[in-house]
Write a protein that binds this ligand. Structure first.
Ligand code: DQA
Length: 149
């Protein structure tokens, strides 16, 4: 089983970016934790970070036939991008949305997610653990749904 892990804009700066909100782990450290969790779950993860909406849209299109599901922290595009939402809906791959911070405890403009209505579920507010919980939830969802077929 293969999972595409997408990190959106500004997440390349994790570690130095507003550590009081996003924590002190770098993106590489989070990817390493994800790789260790993936190993225990016996799945493969392919991480990609981009600051560009179109690159993320292209990666979602290319996931079709390559990956079984998508784990995404779309960063600020969560709150703005109809294009990323449409791409996920178009490929129809099970997707879990994650956020380091609890977006509902923050500014009002972060309370709306364009992705939430079309993803399997959302995990928000547990720091790097959000990614690990999200990966576990996605793999579990994929296993349950494939055994029902
Ligand atoms: C974020 C929350 C977003 O509102 C913000 O724009 C980010 C990171 C998070 O992981 O908490 O870039 O997705």
């Amino acid at each position: 089983m293969s999972i595409l892990v997408l990190h959106g804009p500004n997440l390349n700066l994790l570690g130095q970016r507003e550590p009081g909100i996003y924590g002190s782990l770098t993106l590489d450290a989070i990817n390493n934790l994800l790789a260790a969790t993936a190993e225990t779950l016996k799945v493969k993860i392919i991480p990609l970070q981009s600051n560009h909406e179109g690159v993320l849209v292209d990666a979602i299109h290319q996931a079709l036939g390559e990956h079984h599901g998508i784990l995404i922290n779309a960063g600020a595009y969560t709150h703005t991008s109809v294009a990323i939402r449409d791409a996920i809906a178009a490929v129809n791959l099970p997707t879990v949305e994650v956020h380091l911070s609890n977006i509902y405890r923050r500014e009002e403009f972060r309370h709306h997610s364009y992705l939430a209505p079309i993803v399997v579920g959302q995990i928000s507010g547990f720091g790097a653990q959000s990614y690990l919980l999200g990966l576990q939830a996605l793999v579990n969802h994929l296993q349950v749904t494939s055994s029902q077929k």
